[in-house]
Write a protein that binds this ligand. Sequence first.
Ligand SMILES: [Zn+2]
Length: 509
Amino acid sequence: MRRAALATLTGLSLAATALAAVPAQAVPAGPAAGDAGLARLVTLKNVRHHQLNLQKIADANGGNRAAGLPGNKITIKYIADQLKRAGYSPTVQNFSFDFWQETAEPVFAETAPEPKTFAPDTDFATLQYSGSGDVTAAATPVDPGAAGTGSGCEAGDFAGFPAGHIALIQRGGCFFSVKADNAVAAGASAVVIYQLPDQPGPVGGTLTTPYDIPVVGPTNAVGRALVEQAGDGGVTLRVKTEVLNEKREAANVVADTGRGRADNVVVVGAHNDSVTEGPGINDDGSGTATLLEMAKQIHKLGPKVRNKVRFAFWGAEEEGLLGSQYYVDNLPQAERDKVALMLDFDMLASPNYVNFVYDGDDSAGENNVEPPAGSGAIEKAFNDYFASRNLPTDPTPFNGRSDYNAFITAGIPAGGVFTGAEGIKTPAQAAAYGGTAGVAYDPCYHSVCDRYDNVNLKGFDQMIDATAAVTQLFAHSTLTVNGNELARRAPARPGERVVPDEVGVYKTR
Ligand SMILES: [Zn+2]
């Protein structure tokens, strides 16, 4: 799950308030009667083994598995090697991307009239793809009356902005990059995008492409105090950032089952990278480990796999969904047409979990794009699975924060499950799922503590079963998603009879 690129956190915080109808009593999950098959074959124990290996790879390679760094290169080799051992012929699809890393602690301070230094991480953060610089200048608030409805989103917001000043902008209304572009065009020497009033902490976001000037994101309290001072005789700030911006390589690893129709492919995906701040064992080691074990076990389903299943381990997700977008961009239309649907498994083991299902039918109305027809049937398949085990679910919006995005924007139905990131658990969710209200779904999201023990084993076990059961369902038939019932195979020669076998696979006799 990547950090928000939108200047508003439209997704997770709203999802937290949109609680679906849930059973009053969530019964602890045991294997249900309908569970035979992939959900039983993919065991928590084996998935945890892959997670442990990912932890070891991170620990031995600088503590992370981030794109462009050694831990990710080794992770990619591990995934490819595991797939080969399971009988696959994986494709490693390399691509280059804008690597960004802070090389020194940033400085954000008020130098006048009341000198004070703000604390990195607590009071402010550097936005991803900020440039380097050491700027001391007067700060000018940009359209402070907009109050989160679009401060700095229009070039006109900068009318009269004094060139060389530091732009003081409230988050909200558009992409961070739109605000930064407008500030650059107005001649700002640095950009300060402060947090929304109802959001905790500093702004941790991405500009999606490299910038030449420093861009930092303080908390709302810090930002508001500076705006007040600016209007009250002026305020001078220092912003100092040191970053590395350069092209580096990342890769997708993709492997198809031998069995199943090649013209009606079920893509299941997880991302192979972490952020630089930690090993990413929940985000997305949980999805990676689950997919690897699913890939190893799925051949045991034999002819139940009627559609090819494509296991995709996307690269550089945390850098802006780059691998999945590269994959779809480079997939010819004729090949896109053969993709029946895409399932996204990004964060399945959050310690304070909720069973989030992507809102394919847009029932909560919070999606940032209209999901293609069929996405609702995918959501229903997950909801039905959890309901069959008397487990609750909540919808979560498609808000452009994971790898489904490239698929739904290309018109391919998508869905998936997610156990929550930095969003805060509501009391209603705590009543339904257990865990702690008022605490993040994953307090270790994008941080150093996203380790092997940063996992709710009960929730993860249920999620593994759900991913496996629904993957198996669509490997068998995608009728409800794309109307594609198993086609009769054309006779190989005139007069040949084509008949289904006992599990519905058409064979010639
Ligand atoms: Zn993430």
